[in-house]
Design a protein around this ligand. Structure first.
Ligand SMILES: NC(=O)c1ccc[n+]([C@@H]2O[C@H](COP(=O)([O-])OP(=O)(O)OC[C@H]3O[C@@H](n4cnc5c(N)ncnc54)[C@H](OP(=O)(O)O)[C@@H]3O)[C@@H](O)[C@H]2O)c1
Length: 347
């Protein structure tokens, strides 16, 4: 009979395990945006003596999983050691072999993982490791970097974050249409850092035609980050004339006439984590379609009194129909605030 997996909290970890956990979390965060359709997992290995001897993050599709990179670094030091992994080790052969087998072969004595694997074909790794005599515990913790992937697997479609940059009174542009630089430099830098962790950025033809944004992820000095998200435009108006140098696909843009066709296409492309950057009518359409899973709201200390609101046509007529979100975190960025929200009662 397989034993139920022991549940532990961060307070149950030894100092060495707590340090290895930090390393595993950082390794997972570093590869976010590069692994889809696979999850951005991080792993760390402690030797039997408690020495950190391997750290790894999942490589792009077809490449090794986090555990394999960390085990390779650890070499013979993994014998009798502990593996800390942000996601339950897989037990199936996909493009790479089962991580459970690799951990067993390396002589790992204990595995601590955080999230259970929700994919039917990969799940069950914990039981398999226990059957091989390895001590297994599940750590009660939430890994923010894994949430979009976990949600995407559960929903059977990409996880969708709506990004809004607005004034305190909820406007994204002034009455005369001016909208650039609502937020300050620290918030804008944060937008670029976030973009390179996403699989795609989505805008409407209205924003494409008004602003002709490059939608690239750039460093403060203007250089492109190595990872660039796919750029998607929704709407029927042609935008080709904005890009005289080539066709849309060659320039890394895809255009779709509506949200459902976009969602089914990008799901088949293996995209897991996408960011809707507006404008207000597209934001309203995503809300009305009830597919917004998270909000990323940059709030500038400005009041406009009138202008364009951050969302238009969200399909709400009375308070009880409001789209509800719960606050997950706030960060001060210069004079602006970044507030992150998760949809309440996801469908
Ligand atoms: N401050 C910010 O964070 C921010 C961010 C983005 C944009 N903006 C500002 O917003 C302004 C543009 O606003 P906007 O509302 O016109 O732009 P938008 O939301 O980017 O684009 C609207 C267009 O998107 C398409 N669309 C929206 N919902 C759709 C649906 N359900 N199915 C198919 N197509 C759909 C339609 O295109 P077709 O008509 O072509 O079919 C629609 O006309 C610009 O001035 C820009 O600067 C501000």
């Amino acid at each position: 009979m397989p034993q139920p997996t022991a549940l532990i909290t961060p307070g149950d970890l030894s100092p060495a395990e707590a340090h290895a956990l930090e390393q595993a979390l950082q390794a997972g965060a570093l590869v976010k945006g590069t692994t889809s359709p696979n999850p951005p997992v991080g792993a760390a290995i402690l030797s039997a003596e408690g020495e950190l001897c391997g750290v790894g993050g999942t490589q792009p599709t077809g490449g090794p999983h986090a555990e394999i990179i960390a085990l390779a670094q650890a070499g013979s030091m993994s014998r009798g050691g502990t593996a800390i992994v942000t996601l339950e080790p897989c037990r199936h052969t996909g493009r790479t072999g089962p991580c459970t087998q690799a951990l067993h072969k390396a002589g790992i004595a204990k595995v601590i993982f955080i999230h259970a694997d929700p994919m039917r074909e990969a799940a069950g790794g914990a039981q398999e490791l226990q059957a091989q005599g390895i001590k297994v515990a599940q750590l009660q913790l939430e890994v923010p970097e894994l949430q979009p992937w976990l949600s995407s697997v559960r929903l059977g479609r990409p996880h969708i974050t709506l990004k809004i940059a607005q004034t305190l009174d909820g406007f994204t542009s002034a009455a005369d249409g001016t909208s650039q630089w609502i937020t300050g430099p620290a918030a804008r830098e944060n937008v670029h850092q976030d973009r390179c962790t996403r699989d795609a950025i989505i805008i409407g033809t209205g924003t494409a035609l008004a602003d002709n944004p490059s939608l690239t992820a750039r460093t403060p000095s203007g250089e492109l980050y190595p990872e660039q998200p796919l750029r998607i435009v929704i709407g029927s108006r042609p935008i080709n004339e904005l890009m005289p140098q080539g066709n849309l696909a060659e320039l890394g843009f895809l255009q779709f006439p509506d949200i459902p066709s976009m969602l089914s296409e990008i799901e088949s492309l293996g995209l897991r984590d996408v960011l809707v950057e507006g404008g207000p009518r597209l934001a309203g359409s995503f809300l009305q379609a009830r597919v917004v899973d998270a909000l990323r709201v940059y709030i500038a200390p400005k009041l406009l009194g009138s202008g364009t609101p951050s969302t238009l046509g969200a399909g709400v007529n009375t308070l009880i129909e409001a789209h509800e979100f719960e606050l997950r975190s706030t960060t001060v960025l210069g004079e602006d605030i970044l507030a992150l929200y998760q949809r309440r009662n996801p469908s």
